[in-house]
Design a protein around this ligand. Structure first.
Ligand code: LLP
Length: 432
């Protein structure tokens, strides 16, 4: 009935998540607030893990892409579930290390890591630093030498795959700020350079072809293209690379019309391609890494808001204003992203109205959704925006000095705060 499995409706006609009444959660924790279902997150992590066990003999590692939703509790969950994580900044790395996340199972991304970030990665023993460019490779080699270490690295490659998604989040094509190009020979040049360096060890190659992808074909194609490069590397340098990192990007359900494939299907197909193609090319079957972000947390999270002003502009549209907006969810403003919205305390009523849900920021583009179906609402009603678990909390801002929202984790009818609501004092805490 709803886009997310952890959402239901109780006997009061209230929307529930993880067995908790959302109207009660709104009362207890205030709004706006993000709510996550822990069981859903764990189920998703386990299903990716299981897909590697079943289809690839467990010869791989799921690395949760923490940019989708990063906080200490999320890292604790990943640690308990025995998955790795992908971090993309010193801040994400700091958060992971602060809960004693095993550094060997961290992959560190970024197209312009700072010296301090690279040094933190080397010092803490990050297992795989995903090197993006030659400047970074040279800097990293020097840092590792200074610390008397050998840094495990992978190269980020642009495999040139068009994954048919929103242009802003398509990162595998040649005109991209990420990684080494294949066709120009840039990637091979970097491999040769690394082979001659004492303080880096090239563990393998990485690619990430985009985000919110429903098709399996582009992933299969990317795997093939990457293995061809493994082969060229072997032929030209004698180096047999051990690891293939295929990134993330698996699509989730935002609207009823979205049809993501079960995640097991993805690994089933890709594992077959990797095994067959590496055998064909005379290569060892590589250890595989995948980096799902959105698909772990996206549908596990919702945002609760309280309705304020309802403004009907005759023959134009009706604005339903809520107590949050682009400061907690910039995705409509950025990508015109679709969301399903439900009046949490009237979930049993039909969605008869077509409205625009607007935020409270001083910006006309501050909308959560335009022309969306909703129950007839009035001030004081609670709105739930579904599938906001990915790239909402992590992309939130303090625009208009609006404090960031709390994150409430629910599980089997119980709830707890995992990130506190920011205070005005905290918002101004760095001001001098
Ligand atoms: N690995 C790498 C190297 C990535 O760049 C990304 C996402 C992921 C993994 C995880 O991708 P996922 O499984 O979450 O699709 N802010 C945008 C999404 C940007 C994705 C950036 N990279 C959004 O709100 O849709």
């Amino acid at each position: 009935m709803y886009v997310s499995d952890c959402i239901s409706v109780n006997e009061k006609g209230h929307l529930t998540i993880g067995g908790c009444d959302t109207a009660s959660l709104a009362e207890q924790y205030g709004t706006p607030a993000y709510i996550f279902d822990e069981n859903e997150i764990r189920t998703n992590l386990r299903s990716f893990k299981k897909s590697i066990d079943e289809n690839y003999g467990g010869n791989g590692l799921v690395c949760y892409a923490s940019k989708a939703f990063c906080c200490k509790e999320m890292h604790r969950i990943c640690k308990q579930e025995g998955v790795g994580i992908d971090v993309v900044s010193g801040g994400e790395l700091y958060t992971a290390l602060s809960v004693d996340f095993p550094a060997e199972n961290i992959v560190f991304h970024g197209n312009n890591k700072t010296y301090a970030e690279l040094e933190a990665a080397v010092e803490s023993g990050v297992g795989r630093i995903i090197v993006d460019n030659v400047y970074e490779l040279e800097t990293l080699n020097k840092i590792a030498e200074k610390h008397g270490k050998v840094a495990g690295i992978m190269f980020r490659i642009k495999p040139g795959i068009d994954a048919h998604t929103h242009e802003f989040i398509m990162t595998g094509q040649i005109d991209s700020k990420f990684g080494f190009a294949l066709e120009t020979g840039e990637a091979m040049e970097a491999v040769r350079l690394a082979a001659g360096m004492k303080n880096v060890k090239l563990r393998g190659l990485h690619c990430h072809i985009g985000s919110q992808i429903f098709d399996i074909d582009p992933f299969e194609l990317a795997a093939k293209v990457m293995l061809e490069l493994f082969k060229t590397v072997k032929d030209e340098t004698g180096l047999e690379l051990e690891e293939l990192n295929l990134g993330g990007g698996f699509g989730i359900k935002y609207l009823e019309s979205d049809c993501p494939r079960p995640y097991g299907d993805y690994m089933n197909s890709v594992a077959k391609v990797v095994k067959e193609h590496s055998a064909k090319l005379g290569l060892k079957t590589p250890f595989i890494l995948i980096e799902p972000g959105r698909s772990i947390v996206g549908a596990a999270g919702i945002t609760l808001y309280t309705v304020g002003a309802v403004k009907e502009i005759p023959n134009i549209r009706t604005y339903v204003s809520v107590d949050g907006g682009m400061s907690d969810n910039p995705r409509y403003a950025l990508y015109q992203s679709d969301y399903e919205i439900v009046c949490a305390n009237k979930a049993n009523e039909n969605r008869t109205e077509i409205v625009t849900v607007a935020g409270k920021c001083c910006e006309s583009g501050d909308l959560i959704q335009e022309n969306t179906k909703l129950q007839a609402v009035e001030a004081g009603d609670i709105l739930a925006v579904l599938s906001t678990g990915a790239y909402n909390y992590s992309m939130a801002s303090n625009y208009n000095r609006i404090p960031r929202l709390p994150v409430v984790m629910v599980k089997d009818g119980e709830s707890r705060i995992v990130v506190k609501r920011e205070t005005y004092e905290q918002v101004a805490s760095c001001d001098v």
